[in-house]
Design a protein around this ligand. Sequence first.
Ligand SMILES: NC(=O)c1ccc[n+]([C@@H]2O[C@H](COP(=O)([O-])OP(=O)(O)OC[C@H]3O[C@@H](n4cnc5c(N)ncnc54)[C@H](OP(=O)(O)O)[C@@H]3O)[C@@H](O)[C@H]2O)c1
Length: 299
Amino acid sequence: MKTVLITGGTGLLGKGMEETAPKGVKIVSVHLRDYKVPKGRATHLALDLRDKRAVDRLFERRRFDAVVHAAGLASVDYVETHYAESLESNIVSTLNVTAACRRAGIHCVYVSTNAVFDGKKPPYAESDPVHPVNKYGSLKVECERLVQETLEKYTIVRPILMYGWNRGVTRPNPATWIYEKLLKGEAVELVDDVRENPLYNRQCGEALWAVLRKRPSGIFHLAGKDSVNRWKFGLEVAAAFGLDASLIKRVDSSRFPGIAQRPKNTTFSVKRMEDELGVRALTLAQGLAAMRAEMREGA
Ligand SMILES: NC(=O)c1ccc[n+]([C@@H]2O[C@H](COP(=O)([O-])OP(=O)(O)OC[C@H]3O[C@@H](n4cnc5c(N)ncnc54)[C@H](OP(=O)(O)O)[C@@H]3O)[C@@H](O)[C@H]2O)c1
């Protein structure tokens, strides 16, 4: 494994991969908008993956030993209200990337999501049937099918709700959003009827490097050890960073009628991740403590 292409590498997952990359591996990271990415391990390129010619040129000019395809619109509410744009962003980009991988015989790791499930029968194993409840989940199911039906060398990973320090240029995640609000002394409302086992982004990075080392086929669920609702998650963030938990108000999803439907409980089984990738799931307290340690490192 010498050079790995990460599409969507400026996101939280890409940052987790950069920060856990094995020595000697070169990372080329592609993102869409033309901005300067804070310094890290990767070489960052701005390139629109919806543009087939641009993708083909990238693969002609550089030799990749593996590809992690994580790019695409991934905001559940944005996808629900901007479906045509989201189709292009997810389906067309995935078509272009998988076609290039197929031609060059490169192993492709497609990054999917827990939103492929309806949340009615947790915990979810990799073999459970998919049944999305929103447009984002439906798009990711289609991308998974595309990968499964057109590639021989592939792995599908499904990370669950991720948390960790993001870059200044990328979207906040639940931990950084709650942290910022509480730090400013602002109240937050968090639902108690949506539940997952959240995943620390550096642990996601470690699991992806294990996938790239072992190149297993099939699907892998990537998640933390503790299944918590969003309200409990907020309380844990407040405790980990010594912030005022009394600013957190417990509500349920009926408080936010305008947003896309969420699956209620998509808690994952982490058995395959632990047994076959050799990655032991972190508790939420361990993940948040690692985030706190990153702060001290000045990450
Ligand atoms: N974050 C989570 O909690 C979570 C949970 C489950 C699954 N996932 C999946 O994990 C993957 C990564 O998520 P993330 O949160 O790390 O990413 P993210 O913050 O949503 O960032 C998306 C990335 O895709 C890039 N991108 C979007 N459209 C593109 C295009 N047409 N051409 C090139 N690049 C494009 C963006 O570039 P710009 O920075 O230039 O916009 C950015 O680098 C996604 O596939 C998502 O579905 C995420």
